[in-house]
Design a protein around this ligand. Sequence first.
Ligand code: IMP
Length: 184
Amino acid sequence: MSMADDIDRVLYDEDALQARIAELAEEMNVVYSDDEPPILVCILKGAFMFLADLTRHLSFRHEIDFMEISSYGSGTTSSGAVRILLDLASDIDGRHVIIVEDIVDTGHTLTYILRNFSSRNPASVRVATLLNKPSRREVDAPVDYVGFEIPNEFVLGYGLDYAQQYRNLPYIGVLKPEVYADEV
Ligand code: IMP
């Protein structure tokens, strides 16, 4: 069985993703300028493809950095515990920051990052997320740029994983229920 056989349906294909990401970039291009280059912080691992496509549409000078956060076990449900696996290499003191996330679900991860960043005195922090699941929110987490609002379904592909796999699929899709039927 190939990975594609595990997919129930495609929510956003490559064209839809690229078109929306170009629009998000345009929104940013009118806000940021070369005078104060922001730092785009890619939240690993899920946001790596989104960052790669987004950054190519940005017309203002910017830097990129990476932070890895763990909030999940191997399955589809949150363990609740959030911790930093890889911290920023840059000093964000006095800098404009754009957090680049794959998906905001319960909001715990983003809340943790925002709280952590506020103690580092950035000039500003905005949040860009490719996907948003507002119906799952447990804590209020502000997002400035949203690619797509999605219903309460577990999605994968385009950087997002199920049990660390499927990140390479070029689209966002939903798994067939039998693929994770074993999970409690
Ligand atoms: P939150 O802390 O519940 O908002 O979860 C944020 C993180 O959980 C995201 O950055 C993803 O890595 C992961 N996540 C949440 N929902 C999904 C999903 O539907 N598919 C894949 N990963 C998800």
